[in-house]
Design a protein around this ligand. Structure first.
Ligand code: PXG
Length: 465
């Protein structure tokens, strides 16, 4: 009864993010009511293992009283004050200091935002401002990658390389170019992963030369692409990109919104890959998603120019460094350190997941099983051909829905199944995750075989479910 009421109100009044409004109205939404550890519960009494940590963010898991207390105490003390007009407050200052301690040694300052998208808007403005202050106002082009995700604001989507997003809403921000992504399984299987990684780095260099180094401000990339499909680049990619960047004077922006705060078994993905970014947008795991907060970690090179020569930077948000969000983020970082979460991912649960996840490669539906730290992907293939399924079969969506029914949140990006579980997941919970994933794959294979035989569209069969 309660479920029906919520569904009706949701249908009547709520426009969801990244959602086909009409299709959802027909199907009805899942009402998530509470959660603990790595499990969410819905209004119909299902307990579901959340292998996506919410949306790549609930790194310490659900129900952490320490985070609730940090928020409550701060809300009592000072629920809001801004960081404009020469003011600040203790939580923002303490968090800024904690972040510069955790960041690579050359990154000592942070600009706070409310989200990852706002962080990338800040990045775009900062890199262009930096070069203007350096007396090189023509250096405005930013090179990003196809199928990257950098957020949903206008600057975020422009930096991102998601074609369906670009197709909506009119022209994107000018002077942003996209080069090919290091997605070996999707785009490079006619060559070796290492050769493909080098080709992608060469494409970056070709783009710099085409635009002219004197016009290029920055290159922006996620260490591992998240929303694009948990794309772990070939081993050769980042070293080759580093070689390219060393030949040109352009800034490196590493988007750490997903990879930051332990996901890859280091505090930042940049550390895992040995990168020295000039700027690092952060969000999500910064507060384990308990309250919204993001920011840009700024390297000394850019910070010094902005400080010494910049005058006022006309940029900021009402909630930049919000006290309660900052207090929760600070407590989150303290807990991560006290519990050795990053080392745990690197030395224990990350390698354990790698071993268990790789075993799924023997499933007939799986063309590749890859993982790094606590991020993983399965590429679904048609066992009869060894190639991708026809798009119209909707294999990924079907598998995702079956996962839900089996008590597992595993996302689909096309026919790539992805996971990014809370960093507190235990070995026993990883066993459960992998068992549920295998059951869901079995069921998906059965249903797809039936569909292929009947040669019918899944959407006819599935609609209304
Ligand atoms: N950069 C990266 C790398 C992200 O993954 C953002 C920026 C934007 O952050 P905000 O806080 O503005 O959402 C993200 C966000 C998905 C999905 O479908 C991924 C994100 C957001 C929404 C959906 O995987 N990542």
């Amino acid at each position: 009864m309660q479920t029906q009421t919520y569904r009706q109100l949701d249908r009547d009044h709520h426009l969801h993010p990244f959602t086909d409004f009409k299709a959802l109205a027909e199907e009805g939404s899942r009402i998530v009511t509470h959660a603990e550890g790595i499990y969410i519960h819905d209004s119909e009494g299902h307990r579901i293992l959340d292998a996506m940590a919410g949306l790549w963010c609930v790194n310490l898991g659900y129900g952490r009283e320490e985070l609730v207390e940090a928020a409550t105490a701060q809300l009592r003390e000072l629920p809001y004050y801004n960081n404009f007009f020469k003011s600040t407050h203790p939580p923002a200052v303490k968090l800024a200091e904690a972040l510069s301690r955790l960041a690579p040694p050359h990154m000592n300052r942070v600009f706070f935002t409310g989200s990852g998208s706002e962080a990338n808007d800040t990045v775009l403005r900062m890199v262009r401002r930096y070069w203007a202050l350096e007396g090189k106002p023509d250096k405005q082009w930013v090179i990003a990658r196809e199928n990257a995700y950098h957020g949903s604001t206008v600057a975020g989507l422009s930096l991102g390389g998601m074609a369906p997003m670009h197709a909506q809403g009119g022209p994107t921000v000018p002077k942003i170019a996209h080069v090919r992504q290091p997605y070996w399984f999707g785009e490079g299987r006619d060559t070796s992963p290492d050769a493909f990684g080098r080709e992608c780095a060469a494409a970056l260099e070709a783009k710099i030369q085409e635009l002219g180094e004197e016009n290029v401000a920055a290159f922006i990339a996620e260490p591992v692409q998240g929303a694009g499909g948990a794309i772990i680049p070939p081993q050769s990619y980042w070293p080759a990109v580093k070689e390219v960047l060393a030949r040109y004077d352009i800034l490196l922006v590493v988007d750490e919104v997903i990879c930051g705060f332990g996901r890859l078994g280091e505090w930042f993905g940049s550390v895992h890959y040995g990168l020295e970014p000039d700027l690092m947008p952060i969000a999500k795991g910064l507060s384990s998603g308990y309250l919204p907060i993001g920011g840009v970690l700024v390297g000394d090179r850019v910070a010094e120019t902005l400080i010494e020569r910049g005058g006022e930077f006309f940029h900021g948000f009402t909630y930049s460094g919000h006290p309660a969000c900052a207090a929760v983020a600070l407590k989150n970082l303290e807990l991560m350190q006290a519990e050795g979460i990053v080392e745990r991912v690197r030395d224990d649960v990350g390698p354990y997941l790698a071993e268990r996840w790789a075993a799924l490669a023997d499933h007939p539906l799986v063309g590749e099983a890859r993982s790094l730290g606590l991020i993983g992907a399965l590429e679904l293939i048609d066992p009869t051909t060894g190639e991708r399924f026809a798009k119209s079969l909707g294999a990924g969506t079907l598998c995702r829905d079956i996962c839900f029914d089996h008590g597992l949140v595993m996302r689909s990006v096309g026919d790539t199944m992805i996971i990014s579980p809370p960093l507190v997941i235990t070995r026993a919970e990883i066993d459960e995750l992998v068992r549920l994933a295998r059951e869901a794959l079995d069921e998906t294979a059965r249903r797809l075989a039936a569909r292929e035989q009947a040669d019918e569209s899944p959407f006819r069969e599935e609609s209304g479910s």
